[in-house]
Ligand binder design. Structure first.
Ligand SMILES: [Zn+2]
Length: 117
């Protein structure tokens, strides 16, 4: 896979679980990375239900469906680059915190939203 290794998406409690990421999501993520031209550091990819619970993820988190990542982001310039790239390639669900940006392609949830943590 271009730009990423499957292990980067692993749930920390289950080696190999990064394989559960959905191809349509990865395709969009790779396109966003290509557009951004900066490294995307994944702080959370796929999550088992147990891991999701441990990190305080919401019930039915898009991470447990393999259609979400959190990307490390601590400064305003990086934040702008990542968000612009995500929107450019069609992501419509973005969450912003002071430490990371969540992007997902969960078609079972409301679209065209940007939220804060
Ligand atoms: Zn997330």
């Amino acid at each position: 896979m271009k730009f990423f290794k499957q292990e980067e998406f692993d749930s920390p409690d289950k080696p190999g679980s990064g394989a559960k990421m959905k191809p349509h999501f990865l395709k969009m993520l790779i396109a966003a990375r290509e557009q951004a031209k900066i490294p995307f550091i994944i702080t959370s990819g796929y999550r088992t239900r147990a891991h999701n619970k441990r990190v305080g993820g919401v019930n039915g988190s898009s991470h447990t469906k393999g259609v979400a990542v959190d990307l490390r982001c601590k400064d305003s310039k990086t934040r702008s680059i990542i968000i612009n790239a995500a929107i450019a390639v069609g992501f419509t669900r973005i969450g912003i915190s002071d430490r990371f940006i969540h992007i997902d392609a969960d078609d079972q949830k409301v679209q065209n939203v940007i939220w804060m943590y």
